[in-house]
Design a protein around this ligand. Structure first.
Ligand SMILES: *[C@@H]1O[C@H](CO)[C@@H](O)[C@H](O)[C@H]1NC(C)=O
Ligand SMILES: *[C@@H]1O[C@H](CO)[C@@H](O)[C@H](O)[C@H]1NC(C)=O
Length: 394
């Protein structure tokens, strides 16, 4: 009686080939310095995956209730401020990583990275102080993850993971909206340009702190035209239905200063690589020409109350705070009074992932995650060397 899997049987040859091809597949992106790519995320409600569920704060800084998560991608509201996924969920998918867990989620594993985002957070600790996890605190939390990874993996492997990882930073809107425009003390103490340079000064210190801890690959989401958020359009003293331009001007000044800082950091710091884009113009274009990008409405929020659904009552069932939800959030640029729809998150993620240096640069995320060398040939075919066109951010 023949043994079922003698070494020469067709079945064992089949298995041998299968094993061989599995090995080949995994080693094609599994060489030691490629395998351990992790993703660390810092920011505010644009990226918060539910950290604020675990802190004591006000109801409008949480989103773990209906109709948040309306499209059912996650089986219940998670704390994300949109109808489904946020930008970094899409990026994790493109990078072939699992969804990156919130730092505060009990017993989460951070071997693929951690998300420190906290809705309402600012670059300055004074912004929404006591109600959010500000950027400096997010950096301290990163230290804890880093030292645990060092214990788990050993010094060498942890250092490799930290230097190969991509660091996504999306923060600043709250400093201008809450920390400045709505804060008479700050407005009396600082001229707009002084305030911008204080915010940028603190942001560059944070970037440098991450670099000192071994981070090398960064992606920045700059600020959108804040005055066009439905809440601020509704609050525009000009009441002509237009965007609140004084607030957008601060966002624009911030973006220009950030672009300049990044250019100089890339000169000063060896190995510092980054992706940045003109998110301001990109979103403004969708607000003004929604139908060109598959949207029906670039002005009103899907969820909220009042003019433009700019009253931030989405999901708040307290007495007296009524709200409406649209039928098709995917038709809207804005999900609620302050936050974009999942569809916008997805489009931004695609932009940052693969667009050429004329719109995302000097690197895009695909290059930061999977290495530039591999992609250089395709780049040459697509758009020449391209690397020189960046640096003309509006
Ligand atoms: C780090 O390790 C300590 C000790 O095992 C543990 O109590 C803590 O929760 C860990 N922190 C993180 C962020 O994993
Ligand atoms: C950082 O912000 C603080 C206020 O929180 C300010 O006093 C300080 O000057 C800022 N630092 C830089 C480098 O701008």
């Amino acid at each position: 009686m023949a043994r079922p899997f003698s070494s020469s049987s067709p079945i064992s040859i089949f298995f041998a080939i299968l094993l061989l091809s599995i090995n080949t597949i995994s080693s094609s992106r599994g060489s030691p310095d490629e395998a351990a790519t992790a993703f660390f995320i810092f920011g505010d409600s644009i990226v918060d995956p539910g950290n604020n569920n675990y802190i004591e704060t006000t109801p409008e800084k949480k989103a773990n209730y209906h109709p948040y998560g309306h499209n059912g991608f996650f089986d219940k509201p998670t704390g994300r401020f949109t109808d489904g996924r946020v930008i970094v969920d899409f990026i994790a998918e493109y990078a072939k990583l699992p969804i990156i867990p919130p730092f505060l989620q009990p017993s989460a594993s951070f071997i693929n990275g951690a998300n420190f985002g906290s809705a309402g957070a600012g670059i300055l600790p004074e912004t929404n102080q006591g109600l959010v996890i500000d950027l400096q605190t997010q950096l301290k939390q990163f230290d804890e993850v880093r030292s645990n990874l060092t214990e788990e993996l050993g010094v060498e492997k942890a250092r490799e993971l930290i230097s190969q990882a991509v660091y996504f930073i999306s923060i600043g809107s709250n400093d201008y909206m809450i920390g400045y425009i709505l804060n008479p003390t700050m407005r009396e103490a600082y001229l707009p340009e002084e305030f911008v340079s204080m915010v940028i000064g603190n942001l560059s210190q944070s970037i440098q702190a991450l670099y000192d801890k071994g981070a090398r690959k960064f992606c920045f989401l700059s600020l959108c035209p804040l005055g066009c958020l439905p809440a601020l359009r509704a609050a525009n003293p000009k009441a002509d239905g237009g965007c609140f331009e004084d607030i957008s001007a601060l966002a624009s000044a911030h973006n220009n200063a950030l672009a300049a800082v990044l250019t100089s950091l890339a000169h000063i710091f060896k190995g510092f690589k980054y992706a940045n884009t003109d998110f301001y113009s990109w979103l403004k274009e969708r607000i003004h020409n929604p139908s060109k990008y598959g949207f029906k409405d670039g002005v009103n929020a899907c969820c909220g109350a009042g003019p433009y659904r700019g009253v931030f009552s989405c999901g708040k069932t307290k007495e007296g705070s009524d709200y409406q939800v649209c039928d098709s959030p995917e038709d809207y640029v804005w999900w609620d009074s302050f936050h974009a729809s999942e569809r916008i998150h997805e489009q931004v993620a695609k932009l940052l992932w693969s667009d050429p240096p004329s719109s995302v640069g000097p690197y895009n995320l695909e290059k930061l995650f999977f290495g530039e060398e591999k992609l250089r040939i395709a780049d040459v075919v697509d758009e020449g060397d391209g690397l020189g066109d960046f640096g003309t951010l509006a």
